[in-house]
Design a protein around this ligand. Structure first.
Ligand SMILES: [Cu+2]
Length: 124
């Protein structure tokens, strides 16, 4: 009984020390965790808050959301008619804020960055 317990502790300690010297990933990490570490610098999703002038109804919100979501690299677009803004989550390796503004302009609305400081990596 007592012997079995100490054996278990020894195995646990060994597993914790078995860390790959290259990637610092514990050798017993799940395959998914190992794949994640292969990407040297994972693209952090960014979020930008755009002020959108010209939206006059819920249909405008729908259209704006649609053109933003259609852009490759945009993963989420929350458009608010009340606030006259769009909060867009995107991958900055695939799409730029300028492209979003241009896409919104095709509908006749004028988008501008509401908060430049918001165009930073999303903390969430
Ligand atoms: Cu409208």
């Amino acid at each position: 009984m007592n012997r079995t317990l100490s054996t278990t502790i020894a195995i646990g300690a060994f597993a914790a020390l078995a860390i790959c010297p290259l990637c610092k990933t514990p050798a017993n990490a799940s395959p998914a965790a190992q794949v994640a570490t292969l990407r040297v610098e994972p693209a952090a999703p960014r979020t930008v808050r755009l002020h959108i002038a010209g939206m006059t109804c819920g249909g405008c919100v729908f259209g704006t959301k649609k053109v933003l979501a259609k852009l490759d690299g945009v993963t989420a677009a929350k458009v608010s008619y009340e606030k006259a803004e769009a909060v867009v989550t995107y991958d900055d390796e695939k799409v730029t804020v300028e492209q979003m503004i241009a896409a919104v302009a095709t509908l006749g609305y004028k988008a501008s960055v509401a908060d430049p400081a918001s165009a930073t990596p999303s903390i969430r």
